[in-house]
Design a protein around this ligand. Structure first.
Ligand code: NAP
Length: 288
């Protein structure tokens, strides 16, 4: 591992990292990752690259040619990028998306740290053990696939998935049913559920600028139930505010973003990520 040069600036030994997305200039990953490198005294730099879909292949070849140590991949490239890699980790293959690439001397391996990042955040921030728990997931899009896969590894008693487009919920449940007891349903069937230990929103409903919307008005919040939202803009959604007012334990989406980055950092550097420093850097940036 290269140690930061004495001036703390970029020089000819600096190891390079980045994020590929379209759009990408709203990304908080550079702020978060550079804060982590600085904290650990690692001579590295992380930038945001606006990669259009028709240049994704070239961009990935550039990672090899320019010897970047790693990149993150965000919307809309998480699925397409897989075909350009040398290897895709088994979990990422089952999820069907890659958000982290590690470059080992020109061999590129793709991972998905979104779902495991979510679970690490949930367990760290709520102190909860998911074994035997009854989980309800709202939404069945790309983020839900990673999250449900990671939740299913925690030996829950059941995972019920509700989505506006019911077929997608049924398909996701089928894909993950080798790992846990999963079932899919339409949104209207949620009102029949009153025994969940954890309810999480993986849809984009409630995200800025539509902050007054809630993903499921027919869920009855119970004191002690964990209610979680993947959205972190706003930091606390209207839905989480309502859950908190009803006595539920609230888990916000920022933690998933931090811990997916923490896993990527750890895969690249082999060192524990300074999560609190990363959190402070992102919070400062969000406030500006
Ligand atoms: P996606 O693949 O486009 O999936 C969107 C999901 O939201 C689908 O289930 C979709 O249902 C549902 N949905 C969208 N509009 C809806 C509406 N008006 N009513 C009901 N359902 C609606 O998006 P994604 O990548 O999974 O992202 C979903 C959310 O997770 C976004 O808010 C994103 O910011 C957040 N996220 C957060 C993190 C983090 O680090 N915290 C990471 C990734 C994503 P249909 O299938 O019926 O269209």
């Amino acid at each position: 591992m290269n140690i930061r040069n004495s001036a703390g600036t970029i020089d000819s030994h600096t190891i390079l990292y980045g994020v590929f997305g379209d759009p990408v200039h709203h990304s908080k990953s550079p702020v978060m990752m550079n804060a982590a490198f600085r904290e650990l005294g690692i001579n590295a730099a992380y930038a945001a690259f606006h990669v259009k879909p028709d240049r994704l292949r070239d961009a990935v070849y550039g990672v090899r040619a320019l010897q970047y140590r790693g990149v993150n991949v965000t919307i809309p490239h998480k699925v397409e990028v897989m075909q350009y890699l040398d290897e895709v980790d088994e979990a990422a293959r089952i999820i069907g998306a890659v958000n982290t690439i590690v470059n080992d001397d020109g061999k590129l391996t793709g991972y998905n740290t979104d779902g495991i990042g979510y679970v690490r955040s949930l367990k760290t921030e709520t102190g909860s053990d998911l074994r035997g728990k009854r989980i309800v997931v709202i939404g069945a899009g790309g983020a839900a696939r990673g999250v449900v896969h990671a939740l299913a590894q925690e030996r829950p008693s059941s995972i019920r998935i509700a989505n506006r487009t019911k077929d997608k919920a049924v398909e996701l449940a089928k894909d993950m049913s080798v790992f846990a007891d999963c079932s899919g349903m339409g949104m209207e069937e949620l009102s029949a559920i009153s025994d969940a230990d954890l309810v999480l929103n993986t849809t984009s409903v409630g995200m800025h600028p539509h902050t007054d919307q809630v993903p499921a008005a027919n869920i009855s919040f119970q004191p002690g139930m964990i209610v979680s939202d993947l959205i972190y803009n706003p930091l606390e959604t209207r839905w989480l505010q309502l859950a908190g007012q009803a006595g539920a334990v609230v888990h916000r989406g920022l933690g998933m973003f931090l811990y997916q980055g923490a896993y990527a950092f750890e895969y690249w550097t082999g060192k524990p990520a300074p999560v609190e420093v990363m959190r402070e850097a992102v919070m400062r940036s969000l406030q500006n």
